[in-house]
Design a protein around this ligand. Structure first.
Ligand code: PGA
Length: 252
């Protein structure tokens, strides 16, 4: 399986910054041809960045979100149909959307369905707010609910990200998770996928880690068994550091 690196720029960059960052990534493209990259800029820059990426086989466009509605009276929203053809992936269920925009499992389910129906691969974020004895059970229940409307044969278009909320760099007192801990949780994700679908689906579903990944710790996560890639937030905005992460992933 090719390693997948997702760059979540969040609500950062002005258009010239986005162009500089994209150019920097494109110019070093040959150095990381063994991996796939997904760039998720703010909506407004998607068109420009995708124009710049034209022809690059291993760099794909992603959106940070999509609407749970199909069309109509949803001021400020962007539908899956509008994004279809422009992006290959979309992040759904990020903890910042759940916390700040009150997205619950019902809403995220609709987004996953709309993404798949519009040929967009959902990158589904799942992670606990804090570690407790029950957190693994809670995560497994959530996977079951989030994938309740997804068929086994659609799972090759689904990406899961284990992203513990306490590990996201912008959250107070955050720290990256420990590599072995991440491998253990991801192994449990796969056990759950085996129960929900089949062993084959579990083995072939891409599962990433996200939360304070940087050039220093990327190797620790990427070398864990079962970790198929990483989602990078703040470090994806620093061209040199992001490229270092890509280089590490490329040499895995
Ligand atoms: P971070 O963000 O790498 O800055 O922790 C990751 C994310 O929120 O997707």
């Amino acid at each position: 399986m090719r390693t997948l690196i997702v760059a979540n720029w969040k609500m950062n960059t002005k258009l010239p910054d986005a162009e500089v960052l994209t150019n920097y990534i494109i110019n070093h493209n040959e150095e990381y041809s063994n991996i796939d990259l997904v760039l998720c800029p703010p909506y407004l820059w998607i068109y420009k960045v995708s124009e710049m990426l034209n022809g690059k086989k291993n760099i794909f466009m992603g959106s940070q979100n999509l609407s749970h509605e199909t069309d109509g009276a949803s001021t400020g929203e962007i539908s899956a149909e509008m994004l279809s053809g422009l992006v290959k992936y979309s992040i759904v269920g990020h903890s910042e959307r759940r916390a700040n925009f009150f997205e619950n499992v019902g809403i995220i389910n609709k987004k996953i369905r709309l993404a798949l129906d519009n040929k967009i691969r959902p990158i589904i974020c799942i992670g606990e707010r804090q570690v407790t004895v029950k957190s693994k059970d809670i995560l497994m229940d959530e996977i079951k609910e989030l994938l309740s409307d997804v068929k086994g044969e659609e799972m090759h278009n689904v990406v899961l990200v284990y992203e513990p909320v306490w590990a996201i760099s912008s959250n107070d007192g955050s720290k990256p998770a420990d590599g072995a801990y991440v491998a253990n949780v991801i192994a449990t994700f796969r056990e759950n996928l085996t129960k929900l679908f089949s062993r084959e689906v579990a083995n072939h579903t891409k599962i990433l880690y996200g939360g304070s990944v940087d050039a220093e710790n990327a190797e620790e996560f990427l070398s864990q068994p079962g970790v198929d890639g990483i989602m990078v937030g703040s470090a994806s905005l620093k061209g040199k550091e992001f490229l270092k992460i890509c280089e590490i992933a490329n040499n895995k």
